[in-house]
Design a binder for this molecule. Structure first.
Ligand SMILES: *Cc1c(COP(=O)(O)O)cnc(C)c1O
Length: 401
């Protein structure tokens, strides 16, 4: 029988053997924060489908008491998340929105938040329709101008919430400059890294305090789960977030933790292909006579291309475009004709998806508010998957006509 003491030696040995700090990103997606399971040496962490853990005497346990507080499969995922984001502490939640909810719960009534204006529709809804009720004040602004952020900062401001590239307009916000501003005014900087993933951009290295993910998207990568994540470096901040995670209880379950962890192991391989296919499709659309506008940070003509080049290693597979004429009906016709692209919410899976923000992901944002940031009725958003790019282009060709 393996006693707890032997277990610890076992774990320590493997930790030492694979000292993860030295590994490069493409190895950390696979090994970061991981060690073979204590019980039988399983290479993949088992799905610990249990709510509770036997104790030999009150408090006599192996670090796990109750699965809301901690579960070994979730811990394995949380360690992986910390490793790939160059952080120290990872926290896995039941959804991306549950992760954002935990961050905003750091605040008190009267506190103010400066946020990106064209952010994910669900984040906007959470801020406006849930947290404003509790007296937290949100300012939504175009963050391409750092001066515009500073204009909104006052002595009640506590948090800057950044999403970059933004959804669905693909604006790019300068993370280093935003973090310098946050430090100057003693604010927290939280960054939604869902679109870029740590394969393309590492916000903690650029000075952000909190990285957030909808792991539902690229990290999971297979459109088979809904999971959220936070990663931080600072212990005090990690303790506060952990307290909220446990007290509010929106944790990631063991099965979803396992699937997310499995997804992360191929993140770098998938992202490489998402970027290649994304580039080919962005260039195809830009040349198409029936397309009016294409939004993709890889274009030299993109207004924030230089910032994107400085803070991202490549430009990703998210593209938005507007067909000629810019009518609601034209956009609907195109998305309905697509065959290889699936018309669906979400993004970041192996399969290509097309979405119509005005009627789908961003329907919860008032039209007037939406159009201010460029989310017009005819805008179509693509999440370019990892299929053969020739098939994807042929599909767009027949749909655009
Ligand atoms: C999907 C998404 C979220 C919300 O995450 P869920 O997992 O759906 O709760 C937040 N931010 C961005 C950028 C997203 O794409």
């Amino acid at each position: 029988m393996i006693t707890p003491k032997d277990n610890d030696t076992f774990v320590r040995r493997f930790r030492k053997k694979m000292s993860k700090k030295d590994l490069k990103f493409n190895s950390r997606t696979i090994h970061g924060g991981q060690h073979p399971d204590k019980a039988y040496g399983a290479v993949m962490p088992p799905i610990y489908q249990t709510s509770t853990y036997a104790q030999t005497t009150p408090g006599g346990h192996q670090g796990f008491e109750y699965s809301r507080s901690a579960n070994p499969t979730r811990t394995a995922l949380e360690n992986s998340l910390a490793s790939i984001e160059n952080g120290t502490y990872g926290l896995a939640f039941a959804s991306g929105l549950a992760a954002i909810d935990a961050v905003i719960k750091l605040l008190n009534p009267g506190d103010e938040v400066v946020s990106t204006n064209d952010l994910y529709g669900g984040s906007y809804r959470l801020f406006k329709q849930i947290f404003e009720k509790y007296g937290i004040v949100f300012h939504f602004i175009g963050m391409q101008s750092i001066a515009a952020i500073e204009e909104k900062v006052n002595d009640r401001t506590k948090l800057i919430w950044v999403e970059t590239p933004t959804n669905p307009m693909m604006n790019v916000i300068d993370i280093k400059a935003a973090s310098a501003l946050a430090k100057k005014h003693d604010l927290l900087l939280a960054l939604d890294n869902t679109f870029a993933t740590p394969y393309l951009q590492r916000p903690l290295d650029l000075g952000a305090d909190i990285v957030m993910h909808s792991a539902t998207k690229y990290l999971g990568g297979h459109s088979d789960l809904v999971v959220g994540a936070l990663v931080v470096k600072d212990k005090d901040l990690a303790d506060k977030l952990y307290f909220i995670q446990n007290a509010s209880g929106a944790v990631c379950g063991p099965m979803d933790s396992f699937l997310t962890l499995r997804g992360i192991k191929t993140l770098h391989v998938r992202m490489q292909r998402h970027c290649e296919n994304g580039k080919a499709i962005a260039e195809y659309l830009a040349k198409h006579p029936k397309i009016e506008k294409v939004y993709w940070p890889g274009f030299e003509t993109h207004p924030n291309h230089n910032v994107a080049k400085a803070q991202m290693d490549d430009f990703g597979g998210m593209i938005s475009f507007v067909p000629n004429g810019s009518s609601y009906d034209d956009a609907i016709k195109i998305v309905e004709k697509l065959e290889v692209f699936t018309l669906a919410e979400s993004l970041g899976g192996v399969e290509s998806l097309a979405g119509h923000p005005a009627s789908m992901t961003h329907a919860s944002i008032p039209k007037e508010e939406r159009e201010k940031s460029g989310v017009v009725d005819a805008l179509i958003r693509l999440s370019v998957g990892i299929e053969d790019v020739d098939d994807l282009i042929a599909d767009l060709e027949q749909a655009i006509g």
